[in-house]
Design a protein around this ligand. Sequence first.
Ligand code: MN
Length: 411
Amino acid sequence: MIRLRAGSATDVGLVRNNNQDSLLVADPLFAVADGMGGAAAGEVASTTAIESLESAFDAAGHATPETLIEAARSANRAVWEQAESNPEMRGMGTTLVAVAMLEDGRLGAINIGDSRLYVLREGSLRQITSDHNLVAELVAEGRISKEEAEVHPRRNIMTRALGVDPDVPVDLFVEDPVAGDRFLLCSDGLPRELRDDHIASLLNRLADPGEAAKELVEEAKRRGGNDNITVVVVDVEDPEKETAAVAVTPAPPPEPSGRAAAAEAAVSAPLPQPKARIVTLRVAAFFVLLLAIIAAAAVGIGWYARSGYYVGLRGDKITIFQGQPGGVLWLHPTIADATHTTTSDVLPHQVPRLRAGQTEPSLEAARQFISRLVAEAQAARAAAAPPPAAPPPAPTTTTQPAPPITAPPST
Ligand code: MN
């Protein structure tokens, strides 16, 4: 014969203004809910979910997997109806994870959302529930790694929540409990700060469930406390074998019975889940749209980057470029016409303008611009040259006697 002993702790954390998590410790039923919604709506959602779960489970009169699922569905309905009838609570929702001792001696668990149920068995920690959020699904599909998931910008997007639709698919898990097992229910504020091995070592170190719950919450706060943190620790005990075990050191649970083959029947019996798919499709549609926008932007930027011409410099060579001066992002301008004109063919005060890049609407306009600069320089030189023609061409500049100039026929 086994019995359960539980401890719990909850905290607003260090960043949020209010605690929207709720918890339930009512042997044989234990639960954690993490509400979301503006103002007080998140708290209302999680409290309502927990209260309706408990009353529906009690009212059922039997503790079976079916009554547990039904209790979760009626909790969903209760939150949904409240959101429907109160405009200021529209859109509120909550996660719900719960575990209950069933009448056949097994433990049943249900889950909706991204709160979690773990079991610590013989010292090692295993997550029983799957998170109903986008990155967990990407990990499950092998699209991203667990490490990438931890820092993924969209790790908060849930794909299933309680109270946002009139009905919700409920994940069910059934476990054969073994004395020494320790079940952990928590809101995402805990795994957000602590890795699984960290959680495991704390659970292994602290024998008392209340102390363990409190320490987990404190440690999550020390590591950032970015969200509300709620923890319920449920220990499975065998009173007959207890006396010896408890008196000894609070080390990793001793395993008195050699029940190696304690049929680890973590049977997941997911019900038909049309709603989850719809939500997932919505998320997929969102990403398709997002990709389309990004692609359109890329095409637009590419077009802009390639549009127009400008006259600039490569070294001292005056060159016509296609594109935008300086380039756009990684798109560099390309050479449209490498003329033979150099900075010495134009007036010195025009050089900075060329260095900056003189934008022109077309290739032809760019060529005409260069011709004008060259003509301007030639006119200036002609004016400066002394008309009396004794020693013939005596250029005032020290450059070599101007070579036959440029592509455009100098006028
Ligand atoms: Mn949370």
